[in-house]
Write a protein that binds this ligand. Structure first.
Ligand code: NAP
Length: 259
């Protein structure tokens, strides 16, 4: 199934930033591989992108926390002779906003296993393929939480600090190659993120964004497409982007200034 077009892998494409990223690359004419756990959403998106943009779209429903499922996914794309040109490591989540003294072990483990270990499994396997052809770009979703700890954020912060550190170390490891590594660090983006954090409590999730013109998933997808399409000699290592109404984790203007 190799093709002259680029192959872009987007993890966590059933919602939010991943969904928009898959869409913008397809609109750009690239072939897309989308992953996530909700198979119905992946199938729907794959059909839509193929119809709207006449590109090839493959979808794989699996849990990024499972090393064996990640291995199976990579074996399958290898069997189709696909070496990804871009891997967007977007699948990730936060759970709860509890202080360390009250937080749940399960929440901590889910964040660590998804945001750090899942990202590492897929990255390790895809980078090996990229190194063989000396081409590729890994784009990791960090966060401003990778720079600024906040109350109740301890383990989510730790996972995003880890993504930042892993991105930096990967850039060093890949010095003898043409492979680029970018970490994109958004502030508030209005997606399913807060609803997942608060276990489906939509009212609590909505209150996070009160009075703020947040970033949209499309804003982040635009940035990802931009860095991926810069000349190969250009390696953007980090991009931090916040809403104009959010200059720092807790420095926020909630006065609806864009209404
Ligand atoms: P979202 O709307 O909740 O989307 C998260 C995506 O990750 C979903 O497609 C979900 O798919 C996937 N995912 C979660 N756990 C997974 C697992 N175990 N296996 C496979 N896929 C999994 O959130 P988002 O805002 O777009 O977040 C995307 C990334 O941006 C995350 O890494 C997040 O930390 C980061 N980020 C978000 C914000 C923000 O304010 N929204 C700010 C900074 C950084 P399934 O549920 O179908 O598995």
């Amino acid at each position: 199934m190799s093709s002259d077009k680029k192959w872009i892998v987007v993890t966590g494409a059933t919602a939010g930033i991943g969904y928009s990223t898959a869409e913008i690359f397809a609109k750009n004419g690239d072939n897309i591989i989308i992953t996530g756990r909700r198979e119905d959403k992946l199938k729907e998106l794959a059909q839509k992108l193929e119809k709207d943009f006449s590109v090839k779209v493959l979808y794989y429903a699996f849990d990024i926390k499972s090393k064996s499922e990640v291995l199976k996914f990579v074996d399958d794309i290898k069997s189709k002779n696909i070496t990804p040109d871009v891997l967007v490591n977007n699948a990730g989540l936060s759970r709860g906003l509890d202080k360390v003294q009250n937080a749940s072990f399960d929440d901590w483990e889910e964040m660590i296993d998804t945001n750090i270990k899942g990202l590492l499994y897929i990255t390790r396997l895809v980078i090996e393929m990229m190194v063989k052809v000396d081409r590729g770009h890994i784009i990791n979703l960090g966060s401003i939480a990778a720079y600024q700890p906040y109350t109740g954020g301890s383990v989510y912060n730790a996972t995003k600090f880890a993504v930042r550190a892993i991105s930096d170390a990967m850039n060093l490891d890949l010095i003898d190659t043409k492979i680029r590594v970018t970490a994109v660090h958004p502030g508030m983006v209005d997606t399913e993120f807060s609803t997942v954090r608060f276990n489906g409590d939509k009212d609590r999730a909505d209150s996070v964004y009160n009075g703020i013109a947040t970033l949209t998933a499309d804003d982040i997808a635009d940035i990802i497409l931009y860095v991926a399409n810069l000349p190969e000699r250009v390696n953007v290592q980090h991009i931090t982007v916040t809403p104009t109404q959010q200059r720092s984790i807790n420095i926020i203007n909630r006065n609806n200034i864009f209404e």
